[in-house]
Design a protein around this ligand. Structure first.
Ligand code: SAM
Ligand code: SF4
Ligand code: SF4
Length: 339
């Protein structure tokens, strides 16, 4: 039976996941996310005092759990830039109702020591972003001269530290790294790390997105299937973002996230908390709902009610309507609210 305080939005979608952006800064300048033309020395990143404190983040998680949130994902910007993440993880893990805490990271800063302390704090799952297997392509994607080996070492460190579940995310942009689809599949085939391909999305206003730059999930599946035959697998649960495929030869699974060619808004149960303390009910929203003023009142029930109302009036389904809406309206940057 559903808990009486759990909430659904106008399209009857529950609130199940909360993504928390812990910083808007990053050590990469991925061309599809934080291109150097915009995120350069003139860009005004948030000041320390504009960033939500751990106390306030934990308050939001505590208010969200009774409404139905079970999963919390830490993201950014690059979350590993924050050197006290362990404390936040430790506190979120002990919130009643939260059964899953994970992090999305580029893993370049994931030393063995850091992975161990994160694991000890309660982090059992990470998603690592990696967009190519060769340095030339990967450097062209991250635009900071970071080599593939830094990320692979980060993944090894996570596994060695006991972080059991490591997934790898690859954003595919036509003409830039689509030739890396197969090498990536071959590298992770037969390992415990599930590779997930993400269609290049029109998040934010900076990445010069164009539909012609999107390699569709079908094209991705076809490219892999020619060399490594795959077959579809049933979804694990309602709202699973990635469509699952398995290698016919038993070499494990891959996922493909087709937010452009086959949107999944109907099952979208995610809210995002920005680094400044605003709730975004859609990745493509122009504006968030400010929670900071409510948080400062230090009234847990007020915060829960506020969050509930925000979710109850939600009717976002941007990806299903992107071709009909005016896409020129401003959208929040992904590095600000997290992927
Ligand atoms: N810095 C961390 C990382 O890269 O994993 C966490 C934040 S990043 C914004 C979260 C995820 O969003 C990454 O997997 C990234 O590849 C994805 N992402 C960023 N911009 C994207 C875009 N335009 N289209 C699709 N995915 C994107
Ligand atoms: Fe940084 Fe992640 Fe965005 Fe790349 S995708 S620029 S690593 S926040
Ligand atoms: Fe959810 Fe918005 Fe993405 Fe649709 S477009 S799946 S509502 S975040």
């Amino acid at each position: 039976m559903q808990n009486p305080s759990t909430v659904v939005d106008k399209l009857y979608r529950p609130l199940h996941d909360l993504r928390v952006s812990v910083t808007d800064r990053c050590n990469f300048r991925c061309v599809y996310c934080m291109p150097k033309s915009v995120f350069n020395k003139d860009y005004k990143f948030l000041n320390r005092d504009e960033i939500l404190s751990w106390d306030h983040i934990v308050d939001v998680v505590k208010a969200a759990a009774p409404l139905g949130v079970r999963k919390v994902r830490l993201t950014g910007g690059e979350p590993l830039i924050r050197n006290d993440l362990e404390e936040l993880i430790d506190r979120i893990v002990s919130v009643d109702g939260i059964t899953d805490i994970s992090m999305t990271t580029n893993a370049a800063l994931l030393t063995r020591k850091r992975a161990e302390s994160l694991n000890q704090a309660g982090l059992k799952r990470i998603n690592v972003s990696l967009d190519a297997m060769d340095d030339k392509t990967f450097r062209a994607m991250n635009d900071m001269n970071v080599d593939v080996s830094s990320v692979l070492t980060g993944i090894d460190n996570a596994v060695a530290a006991g972080i059991e579940n490591v997934k790898v995310n690859m954003v595919v942009k036509k003409g830039l790294n689509d030739h890396s689809i197969l090498p990536m599949a071959q590298h992770f085939h037969g390992t415990n790390q599930t590779l997930r391909f993400i269609e290049f999305m029109d998040v934010g206003n900076s990445n010069a997105w164009d539909l012609t730059d999107v390699v569709t999930s079908q094209q991705i599946a076809d490219a892999i299937n020619q060399e490594l035959p795959i077959e579809p697998v049933e979804a694990n649960y309602r709202g699973e973002v990635a469509k699952r495929w398995r290698y016919v030869d038993g070499g494990g699974e891959i996922g493909i996230i087709s937010s452009v060619s086959d949107p999944f808004c109907g099952d979208c149960s995610r809210a995002r908390l920005s680094a400044t303390g605003s709730i975004y009910t859609c990745l493509f929203a122009s504006e968030g709902h400010d929670l900071r003023s409510v948080l400062e009142k230090n009234d847990a029930q007020l915060l829960e009610n506020h969050l509930k109302r925000i979710w109850q009036v939600r009717e976002d389904r941007y990806s299903e309507t992107r071709t009909q809406v005016v896409t020129l309206r401003p959208k929040v940057e992904m590095s600000f609210i997290g992927g």
